[in-house]
Design a protein around this ligand. Sequence first.
Ligand code: NAD
Length: 244
Amino acid sequence: MSKVALITGATRGIGKQIALTLAEQGYDIAVNYRTANEELEETKKEIENKNVKCIPVQGDVSNFEDTERFVKEIIEKYGKIDVLVNNAGITKDTLIMRMKKEDFTNVIDVNLTGTFNVTKNVIPYMMKARTGRIINISSVVGITGNAGQTNYSASKAGIIGFTKSLAKEVASRNILVNAVAPGFIETSMTDVLKEEVKEDIASKIPLRRMGKAEDVANLVKFLVSEDSSYITGQVINVDGGMLM
Ligand code: NAD
């Protein structure tokens, strides 16, 4: 029986690449998305081309009832969830002087509460199965902070605390929980940056380039494999050496 991976916010960017990489490893995939669009259709096709099953599950991760419903849907169709990747995330960057309360709470609701909501609904099945892997996508700015991102970096720092606490709670059930902290990765999240800003960022990265979604997906592939079975509660950076 194939293993099953749920990836949130997986119709594009890093989430999509993680879904494709795990599909290549033979995982059946549940792609969570918020709004159906062409990206979703294309992602589903690309996953199915790897000869595994793909079910798209609609839901806003910041809405607890949505997450409860879509996790049940996956269990009804696949019977289990072996891997959960909490990837869905948003930014609403601005300096605190200009930041509206909703800019703060929306980012926390999706990035941090969303991670809790999905995990809370998945964990009973992993506890019962006495096995599971959870990978939470944090960010280097959750460690370093970043001007203009008080909301986003607070959410990503929160994910790190959540990851370590959960890792301690569920280790005895052989459930491993780790966080991945990407640096600057080329996706639509960073496409909004001006070219000169991107060049400036790249010049400060020891490897002198922005990362690719594949760089993050390859670490996730390792963290769900048997080769990482003694690693839990860690935050691993994928950042070209930006943060040392
Ligand atoms: P992206 O914007 O391309 O992808 C984010 C995905 O999350 C989208 O598919 C979006 O629809 C989905 N999403 C947003 N809100 C959602 C919600 N409420 N419910 C369900 N899905 C929702 O961005 P990305 O760069 O691929 O980012 C993926 C993750 O990686 C995010 O958590 C992001 O914070 C993190 N990250 C990205 C970078 C980077 O440089 N790109 C760096 C560090 C961390």
